[in-house]
Design a protein around this ligand. Structure first.
Ligand SMILES: Nc1ncnc2c1ncn2[C@@H]1O[C@H](COP(=O)(O)OP(=O)(O)OP(=O)(O)O)[C@@H](O)[C@H]1O
Length: 229
C-alpha cells in the first residue's frame, strides 16, 4: 500500500486571485525517499500542507497511510498527523525556552500509539541525539542555546521519534552551509533508512537529488495558476 496518494486534488488559497494548485495523481511507496523540486512560489509548501492536513483540499483525495484526510474531522486529522507524520519545517519551529528533551518528546503528547512505539521515550530521544551527532548532555540544554546546525538535528530527532511512517521536510538544509548540509543529510538519511521511513523532502536545489530514490519536479505533477502581480 502506498504511504501517500493524491488523486484529482484541487486547492486554491482564498482571495479573488489566489494561487491555485491541481494535482491529477501522485503516489509515494512505503519506504520511498522523494525530493520534490520547484522554484520559489511554485507551491511546494502548499503541497506539503495538503499532505499534512493543515489545509484541506477543495476537491479530490489526499490519502496518508491508508486514510483519506477528507473523511476526518479537524481533531482526527490532527491526531493522524501526530501519529503518522514527522514534520521538519524550514525554521525548525522548536520551542526556544524548552529543553532539547522537551522539544523531541513534544509530538508524543498528541500521539499515544507513537509514544508506545518509542518505548522508553526519553532513552530513545537520547539515542537519537547521539546518532545525529549531538553532544552529550544536550538533552537538558535549552533549544535556543544551540547552534543552527544543532537545532536542525533536534528537529530531525523530533520528527523521527516513535517511528512515524512518513517524514515531511520543507527545505531543512536552507540555513546550513554546504559542508554542514552534507553532514546533516548523511545523518538524516542514515536514520530514515534504519527506520524504513518514507521521506518527502522539498528543496529548490537539484544537486541534492542523487541521494533520493526519486526526484519529482512540481510542474510534472501539478498545474498551478499564479495570481498576476
Ligand atoms: N497562507 C497563505 N495564504 C494565501 N496565499 C498563500 C499562503 N501561503 C502561500 N500562498 C500562495 O501560494 C503560493 C505558493 O507558495 P508556496 O509557499 O506553496 O511555494 P513554495 O514553492 O513552497 O515557495 P518557497 O520555495 O519560496 O517556500 C504563493 O505565491 C502564495 O501566493
Amino acid at each position: 500500500m502506498p504511504i501517500l496518494t493524491l488523486k484529482d486534488v484541487r486547492f486554491r488559497w482564498p482571495g479573488r486571485r489566489g494561487f491555485s494548485l491541481s494535482i491529477p495523481g501522485f503516489d509515494m511507496a512505503a519506504g520511498e525517499t522523494i525530493l520534490l523540486l520547484g522554484e520559489s512560489g511554485s507551491g511546494k509548501s502548499t503541497l506539503l500542507s495538503l499532505v499534512c492536513g493543515t489545509i484541506a483540499a477543495d476537491a479530490g483525495m489526499v490519502r496518508v497511510a491508508g486514510t483519506d484526510l477528507a473523511t476526518l474531522s479537524g481533531r482526527h486529522r490532527d491526531r493522524l498527523r501526530a501519529e503518522r507524520i514527522g514534520v521538519i519545517f524550514q525554521q525548525f519551529n522548536l520551542l526556544p525556552f524548552g529543553t532539547v528533551a522537551d522539544n523531541i518528546l513534544l509530538p508524543l503528547r498528541f500521539a499515544p500509539d507513537r509514544k508506545r512505539r518509542a518505548t522508553d521515550a526519553r532513552d530513545t530521544a537520547g539515542s537519537l541525539c547521539r546518532a545525529l551527532g549531538l553532544p552529550d548532555g544536550v538533552m537538558a540544554a535549552k533549544a535556543a542555546t544551540l547552534s543552527v546546525g544543532q537545532q536542525q538535528r533536534v528537529a530531525v530527532a523530533r520528527a523521527l521519534i516513535g517511528q512515524p511512517p512518513l517524514i515531511v521536510a520543507d527545505e531543512p538544509t536552507s540555513a546550513l552551509d554546504a559542508g554542514s548540509q552534507a553532514a546533516f543529510l548523511d545523518l538524516m538519511f542514515a536514520q530514515v533508512a534504519a527506520a524504513g521511513t518514507s521521506l518527502l523532502m522539498v528543496s529548490h536545489d537539484p544537486r541534492l537529488g542523487e541521494r533520493f530514490d526519486r526526484v519529482v519536479r512540481i510542474e510534472d505533477i501539478a498545474t498551478v495558476e499564479r495570481p498576476a502581480v
